[in-house]
Design a protein around this ligand. Structure first.
Ligand code: GLN
Length: 243
């Protein structure tokens, strides 16, 4: 039987800002180009999610209103989602989804309870933090580039960030950090969609998921010349020689 991964896309009807779906396309294609199968399962709020069937989970961005709707459902999936994460399941959580990984997101309209999968919390601030962003992280060979637009300020405590901000605001506009890495979870404010712009982050997630499932991940290199060129041009434009 052909090897492959099952990707669970949580609540794409609500958490779907700025083309987060492009991340799914990128995961799928980069698996298929290496001869793996890719199954994508989309879940709406009424669906029962069997995390045992999943290898990689995507939680996208959403408005405060949509996050409030989703947060009511999170109580039901928290235990199974947490077991998945602690077992090394790979997760990509973007912006609103990133905030929902934590304990809570305090807004003027009230508290949005999170999943508490990662020890972090978010508080609304003003103004919104809107910018292109360039970050560098020790786990990644190239800078990571993207776009951010969030009212929330996220504080990750002692957790490892995804990277250090070279241009833009990042988690809270204060501590120079962007995103979080916890086990095989990547949380980030970078929209964009993130993965087509950053194939090295896509392969990072695929490798983690393949290693967990098969004990090893052999991802043949792909021709990423264009993506790398685009990345360099963004880095040069926004961060100059700073990254
Ligand atoms: N609603 C959240 C905020 O404004 C997340 C926004 C988003 O996902 N872009 O902080």
């Amino acid at each position: 039987m052909k090897k492959g991964l099952t990707i669970g896309h949580l609540y794409p009807d609500l958490l779907n800002l700025y083309g987060d779906r492009g991340n799914i396309q990128c995961l799928r294609k980069r698996l298929e180009w290496r001869g793996y199968e890719a199954d994508v399962l989309e879940f709406t709020l009424d669906d029962k999610i069997d995390f045992n069937r999943l290898d990689l989970v995507l939680l996208g961005g959403g408005s405060d209103r949509e996050q409030m709707i989703v947060c009511k459902k999170l109580r039901d999936i928290r235990k199974d989602f947490s077991a998945f994460v602690e077992d090394g399941g790979a997760v990509l959580a973007v912006c609103g989804g990133y905030q929902l990984l934590g304990h809570y997101y305090d807004t003027q309209e009230g508290r949005i309870e999170g999943l508490s999968l990662v020890d972090l919390y978010t508080e609304q601030g003003s103004p919104r933090l809107i910018s292109n962003e360039v970050i560098i992280g020790p786990d990644f060979s190239m800078p990571i580039v993207g776009f951010e637009n969030h009212g929330g300020r996220t504080f990750i405590g002692e957790n490892r960030p995804l990277g250090q901000v070279k241009f833009g605001f990042g988690n809270n506009g204060q501590d120079g950090q962007e995103g979080v890495l916890y086990r095989n979870v990547v949380g980030t404010y970078l929209h964009g969609p993130l993965l087509p712009k950053n194939p090295h982050v896509c392969d990072y997630l695929l490798s983690r998921a393949l290693e967990r499932k098969y004990g090893e991940a052999s991802l043949e290199p792909l021709d990423d010349t264009q993506e790398e060129e685009a990345n360099r041009s963004i880095v040069k434009r926004f961060a100059g020689g700073n990254a």
